[in-house]
Design a protein. Sequence first.
Length: 630
Amino acid sequence: MSAKDYITRSHQRSIKFGIDDNRIYSSRILNEDELQKRLEANSNLIVTTEPFMNQMYNFVKGSYFFVILTDDEGCILNVIGDEDVLEEAFNLEMIPGAFMNEEHIGTNAMGTALAEGIPVQISGKEHFIKAYHRWTCSAAPIRNAKGDMIGTLNLTGYSHLVHSHTLGMVVAAAHAIEQMLTIRETNKKLEVTKKYIETIIDSITIGIFTIGPKGFMKTINKTAMEMLGYTYQEVIGIKVEELVEGWRGIQDSVARRITYLEEEAFLKGKEAKIHCTLSAYPIVDPNRTPQGIVCVIREIKKARKLANKMTGQQAYYTFDKIIGQSQRFMQIIEYAKKISDSPSTVLITGESGTGKEVFAQSIHNHSSRHEESFVAINCGALPRNLIESELFGYEEGAFTGAKRGGHPGKFELADGGTLFLDEIGEMPLDMQTNLLRVLEESKLFRVGGNKEIEVDVRIIAATNKDLRQEVEKGNFRRDLYYRLNVLPLKLPSLRERKEDIPLLIDYFMATKSLKLGKKTVTLSRETVESMTNLPWPGNIRELENMVEQIINAEGNHLWETGDSPKIVIEKPTGISQEDRLEEIEKKHIKKVLEKTGGNISLAAEVLGIGRNTLYRKIDKYHIDCSKVEE
């Protein structure tokens, strides 16, 4: 295709557009506000092309040339050139904001390059309007990475200075600009990708950091910074040995391709030493040359807290779930609430079955430690040779059968929370010495270990023995007794709180019936009175057991012992079996709602059904809920 072909087509288009060849200015020039918006929209193109425009101008400086950048519509965005020639161009309104496309000014290099999509050179009378016959213009389209035209680069001078190499220089500059735009776009994408990765890593709730090949900290995520207590600026660039104890051994293991996964480690935080697990992964280049190490750390305390929640190491009972109304018992509950937030040791005493663990869990849940672990251990249920390892944990190889990597004890599992030592009176004397040391120092050594581990544990102990007598007998250490008996709490037997027995009977009748899937039975007044006057040597546990047997009997036979009353089941007459069950259910729901003060959530829990189910039954039986609380 000859040059004359695109000039001929351009002139034909100019005629079609109705361009007056005697005109001087472009028919479209933006005002100041419109130009500002246009410049902002094309800021990336302007910034990228400016150094190339300056470089082109330096080649032709003093030769009466000027360089023009337009956008994809031919609007001038930038002009650089000799002052004299620029003054003449500006007199023709070849200024930023003027449109140089063929629709507005006819044939010219910038407009025609946009129309044809190719580099063009237009000189003298090849321009459509006469005012531009003095110029020679060389322009090339600028395309983005997708191949779309986003502007033109143009070099204009007097027509007698026309040279074919001028267009080649413009084309080369345009290609260089396109390459730079592609690089900038790629860098932008890489930056966005980097931000994505950083955000993802920062959102992970485990600590992650990387070490370069020379052992310096390179990157670290938000969780790891919070664990260590350092800012990003403080930790980047320091030697990893300053943070991780025994780093050389870890580095050697990774270098020898030995798997280093979830191993116990200690990190030197800004304020304190951090007990954690550490996994290390090598970074290698395509030639398998080591380039660094990625470390993943998990704080053991937090990991155990999550594990304890998942495995049931937590307290369920609260004071509002304890059934009772006798004056003395309510005073005991108030006292237990007051001492709940104290760090001092609590010693709960009382007969078997009086609810010592219920109180221990309630104290924990009423304290500031309620979100931490509640760990219970029965000192009388473990073989003598296992108590130490259960309480204090053990290291790998401490004894035959010890788990790989060792095992934390109950003190470590309860770190930050509460440790409930049930049947403390059954603990062997030699173990009492070890327990006393941990209580006094808040530090322990695992069995077979040599690392001192700090623990923050609130102790609640319980026993049905008279520990003072055990001390006198030489079965219990006097110093440990005084260390445990800081806040004594003695629970009354059931026979000492007889007015609570009918309330407990109703509660167990409701919960056991639903749990066992049995129909509800109603005890006669005489039966309840007889049960109230029993000695109940097994206390609440014995009462619960009796109620369960009554419910299982379903009125078909009587449950009796030498100490038990004859159980009389009231059987209404004159109504169908279905009506009888529904009437009993209605009465029972009303009774539970009254006893819980109209609290729907608590009533549903006592009944063992969901809130929505309880609401449906309230609607079904038309129970008055005018005083019901949420």
